[in-house]
Design a protein around this ligand. Structure first.
Ligand SMILES: [Zn+2]
Length: 336
């Protein structure tokens, strides 16, 4: 096996979590003459009546910090399972799903795209309803250019197929689920993005996002996260979370909240401008103490989401108040 440090750590965690974790290889990818497994891990109660949360990362091969944050969080959970009764109790009431390294081929080759040159975040069969930025919004000109969507009419790339299958089976099958997908590289602040990316219209579950933000704000009043719809920054074709959210919409009784943690890296670069000259540099913190601060910091957010998913029936607002909350949320993000 080739050595990809994140994959080695993931496999160490599989060993460490024996007895608690179920693991399967969702697909295998080739990069040159190397083969890599894409793992899906689950823990907690499999009862389909219970809520679930999925943690996803490594969709873009250059954004290693997303995978590292998830592995750090998972290692902490596994260590606590040795003695923490409250965590065992929590896991009796929620299902956890992890896909921390969705694009190992891209990570191995130090590219954003997968080994076929496709950007996995532009590859879903969904067209933007509004104007998208040139190239960045997704393009079919060439896999040599960034943000390549894949050929017209082609199936989704196997990494995206594996991701979609995991989400469909483990999350969309339930009454309530959250997905959090970890990225880095945009802006100087940490952002929590939610759909849509393909249109400027608000999602039907904006009220739930509004509540999540409020709950998090109550516990961590000075947190640095900026919550916003992705469409506020730029629109894209082929966003896989839009695609899955729209699928979930086919059953109105269900709630599926896909969130993207977009770690703002420009500040890391500002504090250490030498990072500009390395390929990984602008997407990942390179100074040891900064790396550890980033890893620790986001654990708080992931832990919060896990608890929020578990106890959703205690905070999700129902009708008749729900309509009003949705209106407030629309005013918050769409009519500033
Ligand atoms: Zn990304």
């Amino acid at each position: 096996m080739p050595t990809l440090p994140e994959l080695s750590e993931l496999e160490r965690l599989l060993e460490l979590g024996r007895g608690h974790l179920e693991a399967r290889v969702a697909c295998e990818v080739s990069a040159g003459d190397k083969r890599f497994p894409v793992y899906q891990l689950t823990l907690g109660n499999p009862d389909p009546k219970l809520p679930a949360i999925g943690f996803f990362g490594g969709i873009h091969g250059l954004e290693r910090i997303g995978t590292q944050v998830l592995l750090y969080f998972l290692r902490g959970l596994l260590a606590r399972l040795e003695w923490d009764k409250s965590l065992h109790h929590l896991l009796q009431n929620v299902r956890l799903v992890f896909m921390p390294l969705i694009n190992p081929g891209g990570m191995w080759q130090s590219t954003r795209c997968n080994p076929q040159g496709v950007d996995l975040m532009r590859n879903a069969p969904i067209e933007a309803a509004d104007r998208v930025p040139f190239l960045l919004g997704g393009q079919r000109i060439s896999p040599r250019l960034p943000w390549y969507r894949g050929a017209e009419g082609a199936e989704m790339e196997i990494e995206d197929q594996a991701l979609c299958q995991t989400v469909q089976e483990e999350l969309l099958s339930r009454s309530f689920s959250i997905a959090v997908d970890c990225h880095s590289g945009f802006g100087s602040r940490d952002r929590v993005w939610f759909p849509y990316a393909h249109t400027v219209k608000p999602i039907a579950h904006l009220a739930d996002i509004f509540m999540l933000e409020k709950l998090f704000q109550q516990i961590y009043p000075n947190n640095k996260y900026l919550f916003e719809p992705q469409s506020l920054q730029y629109r894209t074709h082929g966003d896989v979370w839009d695609y899955l959210y729209l699928q979930a919409q086919q059953d109105e009784s269900k709630t599926f909240l896909p969130l993207t943690l977009e770690m703002g890296s420009w500040l890391w670069v500002k504090k250490n401008p030498r990072q500009l000259f390395s390929r990984q540099g602008i997407f990942n913190p390179s100074v040891e103490h900064r790396l550890h601060r980033v890893l620790r910091g986001h654990t708080v957010w992931l832990d919060f989401l896990m608890r929020a998913a578990c106890s959703y029936d205690n905070w999700q607002v129902k009708e008749p108040d729900r309509g009003l909350l949705q209106e407030r949320a629309v005013a918050r993000w769409y009519r500033p």
